[in-house]
Design a protein. Structure first.
Ligand SMILES: C[S@@+](CC[C@H](N)C(=O)[O-])C[C@H]1O[C@@H](n2cnc3c(N)ncnc32)[C@H](O)[C@@H]1O
Length: 239
């Protein structure tokens, strides 16, 4: 039997390294188009940052004017988030259990890279919770690694050194090495193809409005590797 999946981010050393990360290289493409995809923050719109980690994505949402609550399963990451923003609301949700939160609480939900680390058997239940937490007319953005991310190298990641990354099946472990942080230990993700996400969205009662695939532009100040022709991320916009 294969060993149980362990969240890479339940680790104080990894959390401290991740907390230093801003929006370099390939990460720029994850955040660049979010303001347009999220739409205007309006007055008092409440947003959940599911898998807020060390708070980078929560602070990004705050910067856009949303009233933000962060939630994460890793205490080590939440400790970093609280250190950087003691006034922020950061909830500990072991295993991604959001059952304590009331229905229709959020106008927007962002999940940035979180589902890359969630085992297949838990994905459906968590998406069901996120659907329940969304207000009518609200929007959920699920930002995940593209299927191609693991097969190629990028400005911010080395992925081609892992033979298992070449042709993974749904549920297989896949690996990346982050180039922008001092922690070079491989990050373990769980491969989930787009077709499987679509099936899970439908089962959770979520409607896929669009899938955005951000590409690098030649005039951006980064040494793109494959980013100008292949999108490293996919941002699914759901209602
Ligand atoms: C790659 S980090 C991204 C953090 C943050 N969104 C950002 O962009 O900086 C992924 C985060 O998802 C969290 N995560 C993984 N599985 C989770 C789950 N089942 N429930 C809640 N958070 C989870 C991890 O602990 C980690 O902090």
């Amino acid at each position: 039997m294969s060993r149980p999946f362990q969240n890479t981010y339940e680790d104080p050393v990894r959390a401290a390294a991740y907390a230093e990360l801003q929006y370099p290289g390939t990460y720029h493409l994850a955040f660049r188009d979010l303001p347009e995809l999220l739409g205007p923050a309006g007055l008092g719109l409440r947003a959940l940052d599911f898998g807020c980690g060390a708070g980078r994505s929560a602070r990004f949402l705050e910067g856009l004017g949303f009233d933000v609550e962060g939630a994460d399963s890793a205490e080590a990451m939440l400790a970093q988030a609280r250190l950087r923003n003691p006034a922020g609301v950061y909830l500990h949700v072991p295993g991604g259990d959001l059952s304590a939160l009331p229905d229709h609480r959020y106008d927007r939900i962002l999940s940035a890279f979180t589902f890359d680390n969630i085992p297949p058997e838990a994905k459906g239940q968590i998406l069901g919770h996120l659907a329940r937490l969304l207000r009518p007319g609200g929007r959920l953005l699920n930002l995940v690694s593209s299927e191609e991310l693991y097969r190629m190298d990028w400005a911010s990641f080395t992925c081609t050194g892992f033979p298992g990354n070449r042709d993974p099946r749904p549920g297989d472990r896949v690996y990346t090495i982050m180039k922008d942080v001092p922690d070079a230990r491989p990050v373990e993700d769980i491969f989930c193809p787009e077709t499987e996400y679509r099936r899970l969205y439908e089962a959770a009662g979520l409607r896929l409005e669009r899938s955005h695939r951000p590409l690098g532009r030649e005039d951006e100040p980064f040494a793109w590797v494959n980013e100008t022709r292949v999108a490293p991320w996919r941002i699914d916009v759901l209602s």
